[in-house]
Design a protein around this ligand. Structure first.
Ligand code: COA
Length: 373
């Protein structure tokens, strides 16, 4: 008989990876051995994606070559392009991305190959296209036309320009770029696990990414950042503490708090809190930052829970002018770098992922013909 399952697979080591590592007790996160405190604000998202997908921080030459590949990869194929208007009309942002990435597989010249070279090319194209898909979705629903992506601009700068319609300042670009770095990979989180399960059947990279996007969408995972903003908007600024206490007393979960692995502050939240404060001060309206701080204090006092990555990411994106329902898509823009790297890693040393289950249903049932049931 199988062992008792660990609900939610807590503490189960499901894969070996050289991509990222968490020290949950100390609150530390590493990408390929680099502490994210050393990467955020110093290494661009493009360098981080290269680190994850290729295994090393790029030299100047490697970065130039990878940058060229990313710029070329921004061009959408005919199938995705043609379907944006109708998909935008019928699907919410994360649903649309799930569909558009699936369509992008049909446009991808490497769609039928799982070779390491093809996977690296697909990883670059998927990383380049995800922000464009989000921007094009937003443009379609707002009836605006966006300029072709500027090849001189980074992924972060181009995204902010395409979403807000104005040239972002250097400080904003730096902050958003660091946000993308902070969200790039996170060990065996639910969406990465979903991607690896799919890839382990020797299915293709786009299928694995579609599984990951569907998994990221849920409010217990990537969907939490949008819910944090909705919570802030729903609270009376003069009664934050009491409302949060009431919600907790009623057994409600407060989105953006708690974590399966971190037993102390999520190291990404440390950066995001600071960014949120800086942007709030620069905007001249720090209401949501102050409310967030108050929420943080009350949730810690009442439940001993720390904010996770999604909590301060919400106000950071809000201050950057990103619409609330695009917060989770932004998460996917960054995590694409990690998901694709995990698919490459899974294919490089594959075994089907097929765990066991504990049977808790009836046994020894006696079959009866339909008339006697
Ligand atoms: N608000 C209130 N209580 C919370 C909480 C939250 N955000 N997160 C956890 N808890 C409580 C649970 O109610 C539970 O209490 P109980 O033991 O009295 O029933 C306990 O802490 C353990 O929570 P559980 O949901 O079992 O932990 P988990 O490891 O399965 O889940 C999360 C981890 C992240 C899913 C969970 O903390 C959560 O739902 N957070 C909110 C959603 C979120 O921000 N997700 C983004 C994660 S990066």
């Amino acid at each position: 008989m199988a062992d008792k399952p660990k609900k939610g697979l807590a503490d189960v080591v499901a894969a070996s990876t050289a991509l990222s590592d968490i020290d949950g007790q100390a609150g530390r996160l590493f990408y390929r051995g680099y502490d994210i405190h050393d990467l955020a604000g110093r290494t661009t998202f493009e360098e981080t994606a290269h680190l994850l997908q290729y295994g090393s921080l790029p030299t100047g030459e490697q970065l130039a070559a990878y940058g060229t590949e990313l710029v070329r990869g921004r061009k959408l194929g005919a199938l995705a392009e043609a379907n944006i208007p109708e998909i935008t009309e019928k699907q919410a942002p994360m649903e649309a991305l799930r569909t558009l990435v699936s369509l992008a597989a049909g446009d991808d010249p490497d769609k039928d190959s799982n070779s390491p070279e093809a996977n690296l090319r697909k990883a670059a194209r998927l990383t380049a296209q995800q922000p464009i898909l989000v921007a094009r979705y937003h443009a379609a629903r707002t009836g605006t036309t966006i300029a072709e992506p500027d090849p001189e601009l980074s992924i972060a700068a181009n995204f902010l320009l395409q979403i807000t319609g104005r040239t972002p300042g250097e400080h904003e670009v730096g902050i958003f770029d660091a946000c993308l770095v902070l969200h790039a990979d996170h060990t065996m989180n639910a969406s990465t696990f979903a991607a690896r399960v799919c890839a382990a059947t020797l299915s293709d990279m786009h299928s694995a990414i579609v599984a990951a996007i569907g998994t990221l969408k849920g409010p217990l995972h990537g969907g939490a950042n949008e819910q944090v903003m909705r919570t802030l908007e729903s609270l009376d600024p003069s009664a934050v503490a009491q409302s949060v206490r009431d919600r907790l007393a009623a057994g409600e979960k407060i989105m953006g708090f708690g974590h399966r692995v971190y037993k102390t502050e999520d190291p990404r939240a440390t950066h995001l809190r600071k960014m949120s404060q800086e942007l709030a001060e620069a905007s001249g309206d720090d209401k949501y930052y102050r409310m967030s701080k108050e929420m943080e204090e009350v949730v810690f006092e009442t439940k001993g829970l720390y904010p996770n990555v999604d909590f301060y990411a919400a106000t950071v994106y809000h201050y950057l002018g990103i619409p609330t329902d695009l917060f989770t898509p932004v998460f996917s823009v960054s995590r694409m770098s990690g998901w694709t790297a995990h698919v490459i890693e899974q294919h490089a040393d594959n075994r089907l992922i097929r765990p066991d289950s504990e049977y808790i249903g009836e046994r020894d049932q006696k079959w009866k013909p339909i008339a006697e049931r």
